[in-house]
Design a protein around this ligand. Structure first.
Ligand SMILES: *Cc1c(COP(=O)(O)O)cnc(C)c1O
Length: 418
């Protein structure tokens, strides 16, 4: 059998796992162990040489198991499986999405460097960039989905630090507005400012599209980042993150992960492997449900505007339609909408939902609703929120795998309370 010929969903149950190494168990057991016994001292020495990059791998040699901060079967098999979706060379799984993002940023930037990033980004990422990185004297300049290539070049030049640009971090579609950023345009910005001595890293937070519907590496990104808490985990019961890219870049990311010690544990690895088996069918059902919910909201008299990728072919600008067609394989399952009124109406709607739970997070089997302005994006300065349209009337919905008629009935009764 040639694994390369198969679709990732066919491989999520078995890829990278050898039952004969685990008493024939059909599933990879949880290797709940901190350390691994070497057969001989010489073997231990050779494993460490590889782990610390002191020698090249022999042909066909794999890194032996040493210590669960460096490697563990539940992480390694999971990482191999995650690579299949993005067609990445290597992957590192973390104890949270934030640890994946912050570790990548800390590895590739140094004091005095400049970060270019799209806005809005996830509230936690925004905080890390504008508080923690500032403390390290790493400056950041933001751009919006409406900025053109030339606008962005000007913004970078205006900082006076264009020669210190070392990383571009984008999130698309953006949380919570579904704003689209053109990855290939960002790759051109990267080429514009890159030099041989100072290559720039382009990272894409692909959490909203899971690994199924958008593949940033194919559009010129160097790193793909995930909150695996969301679609990859998919059951709202685990916090985890992932970073994927080339072997060379991932060796650096994994190196820092080893010394920060923020890898995921074996139990998290096992839970995520279990989740990956149903990743595609969960995401497809959620997307189908979202299309029905969005159509219901579109014509509802209590709803002002719906932000949903599926409406881009109909209402989007020419540029948005182009990005949508090129980058996305689905319109996804995240919907935001402006309710008629303000915070009071938004809160009354949220408080009236019954089946849909009022909670942050997204990408789980159950549908969730929240108020970005006062919840996930509470920490973003109000003027910035205005520009990005994170207003008092904006509600965000993560559509799950329930029957869409029940979701629509719940939303309908809650809108009727307004
Ligand atoms: C949730 C989220 C994160 C942070 O992930 P955690 O697993 O909560 O640390 C990062 N980016 C996006 C887009 C998210 O939705």
């Amino acid at each position: 059998m040639d694994y390369k010929q198969m679709q990732p969903e066919s491989l999520m149950m078995s890829y990278g796992y050898k039952p004969s190494l685990s008493e024939g168990a059909i599933k990879c057991p949880i290797f709940q162990t901190s350390t691994f016994v070497f057969n001989t001292a010489r073997e231990g020495k050779r494993f460490f040489e590889l782990a610390y990059g002191l020698r090249e791998k022999d042909a066909g040699e794999e890194l032996g198991l040493i210590y669960s901060r460096l490697n563990n079967p539940d992480l390694e098999i999971l990482e191999n499986r995650l690579c299949l979706w993005d067609e990445a060379e290597d992957c590192a799984v973390f104890e949270s999405g934030m640890s994946a993002i912050s570790t990548a940023m800390m590895e590739f930037m140094a004091p005095g460097d400049l970060l270019l990033y799209s806005r809005p980004v996830y509230g936690g990422t925004d905080h890390f960039i504008n508080h923690f990185l500032k403390k390290l004297h790493i400056e950041a300049v933001g751009f919006y989905a409406t900025d053109t290539y030339e606008d962005i070049l000007k913004k970078v030049e205006a900082t006076g630090k264009a020669d210190r640009l070392t990383m571009i971090h984008i999130e698309t579609p953006a949380n919570p507005t579904n704003a689209l950023i053109d990855i290939e345009m960002c790759a051109r910005i990267k080429s514009h400012f890159s030099t041989d001595e100072k290559p720039i890293i382009l990272s894409v937070d692909n959490t909203y599209m899971g690994p199924v519907w958008q593949h940033p590496l194919k559009h010129g990104a160097d790193l793909v980042l995930y909150s695996a808490t969301k679609y990859i985990g998919g059951h709202s019961d685990v916090i985890a993150g992932a970073c994927l890219g080339s072997k060379a870049l991932m060796a650096r990311v994994k190196g820092l992960r080893t010394f920060l010690g923020n890898m995921a544990g074996p139990w998290t690895g096992w839970l995520l492997m279990r989740s990956l088996e149903t990743l595609k069918i969960r995401m497809e059902q959620a997307a189908l449900n979202a299309s029905h919910v969005a159509r219901f909201l579109e014509n509802h008299p209590k709803v002002e505007k719906v932000y949903y990728l599926g409406f881009i072919p109909k209402y989007g600008s020419e540029n948005e339609r182009m990005i949508y067609a090129r980058q996305f394989k689905s319109s996804g399952a995240m919907i935001s909408f402006d309710i008629k009124g303000g915070e009071e109406e938004a809160f009354r709607f949220l408080d009236s939902l019954k089946l849909i739970k009022l909670a942050v997070s997204l990408g789980g089997t159950e549908s969730l609703a929240e108020h970005p302005q006062t919840m996930t994006h509470a920490d973003v300065p109000m003027e910035d929120k205005k520009v990005m349209h994170i207003t008092e009337k904006l509600v965000r919905l993560s559509v799950g795998v329930e029957h869409y008629n029940d979701l629509i009935a719940d939303i309908s009764q809650a809108l009727d309370k307004l």
